[in-house]
Design a protein around this ligand. Sequence first.
Ligand SMILES: C[S@@+](CC[C@H](N)C(=O)[O-])C[C@H]1O[C@@H](n2cnc3c(N)ncnc32)[C@H](O)[C@@H]1O
Length: 202
Amino acid sequence: MDFIEKVKNKKELRDLDDAFLRRIIEGYKTKDFKKIRKDLRRVYGMFKSVKHKRSKEAYEMIFRITGRPKSVLDLGCGYSSGYFPFEDIKYYCTDIGYGYVKERGFIFDLLSDDYMKLPRVDVVLLFKVLESLEYFKRNVSKEVIRKLRCRYVVVSFDKKSLSGREIRKKGRSWFRRILGELNLNYEVLDYGDEIFFVIKKS
Ligand SMILES: C[S@@+](CC[C@H](N)C(=O)[O-])C[C@H]1O[C@@H](n2cnc3c(N)ncnc32)[C@H](O)[C@@H]1O
């Protein structure tokens, strides 16, 4: 059984894209399978049990700042792809898990796929995704924000850890620093368990 098959033996990692897994595994110096799978479970597996339905009100707050978009691209959409609450807004979504994108979206690895292949939209959503990316590639968030072609990017972070504990660094100073370096203006919304950065790109 090869490495990828072994990783996919765990139910919550089964639907991850093979090419994505191969790239992640190749990025490790160690070939300690247990360590790699543990990391993957930590970053991708644990969310499988969390189906968070974001309220329509949260989107409306965001759109009050961005203006009502004609099109939205939800990157690392997770289960949110099934809950986007506006029929009249064109909705695209991507993830690295097949179960998430189904018929509505497509597989796209934010760490290494070509951003020119993404549709140009009014608003890009990066809800609770950047920390997963940072785990495998530090400082990648800056590149990600820079490459996106849209009017606004909305990035969110969870205020609570999976165990329900309040995360101490709610201010996300590392992320504010990146936005400063990119010279981008943004507004912060604090809503429920989430903090949203509404970032103006053009
Ligand atoms: C915490 S979940 C958030 C899901 C959704 N955005 C939400 O807020 O409900 C993180 C998501 O990012 C996706 N993800 C992680 N790394 C990714 C990558 N390199 N490329 C694309 N998606 C990724 C995961 O598969 C997972 O669906």
